[in-house]
Design a protein around this ligand. Sequence first.
Ligand SMILES: [Zn+2]
Ligand SMILES: [Zn+2]
Length: 245
Amino acid sequence: MTFVAQVRAAGHLVLNALMPPQCLACGASVDRHGGVCAACFGRIAFITRPVCHACGVQIAAIDSDNALCGACIRERPAFRMARAVFAYQDEGRDLVLQLKHADRTDMARHLSGWMAREGGSIIGATDVIVPVPMHWTRLAMRTYNQAALLASALGTLSGKPVAPDALTRRRATPSQGPLGREARRRNVAGAFIARRPEAIANKTVLLVDDVLTTGATANACSRALLKAGATAVDVLCLARVPLPG
Ligand SMILES: [Zn+2]
Ligand SMILES: [Zn+2]
């Protein structure tokens, strides 16, 4: 074992003694930091192929890698492609809610590793990473923006620059929670603006968020980025809401 490896191994021992590794979802003890226990793993609905080439939603078996879902056939999103790690349901939903509401900023570091594995090829084509912004009034209540945490952790992992302030939310939009597809689109239309066009002009942008629902927010952000001169926008999220049924 090299000296560096010895130091690293010793570091792991110290870390494990101070903070025994726990399942990110339920807190049960596990072998190593940043993972989930077998039971929780089994309850996370990881997104598997085939998926819609554009929005990344799981679709019925098809014979082409470029197949689109019904919604994307009717209208292509402003972003090029969106991908997510797991479905926003069961244990996956709990993970996102913990990241969002509990004081678990450490989770962003681990979960961004999952995103980096899922979006490896997308990240490879990225020039700059931009999080979906939160309006300052909501940020003031919550103290941190989980999308910005994920974006920053992805930047550290990938070595790609992060522009956390490239986009801004012009107005506080009402919660998207109870809204349907069309209402969501109206709710966020024009809500975002590129505050620092020089950070994104002529660049391929990776937009990062925690959850993709109908894609209305990702679309509105992508339009603002493209309007400010971005070459293309891809989207990487932790979770996405599955199609009904
Ligand atoms: Zn667990
Ligand atoms: Zn689609």
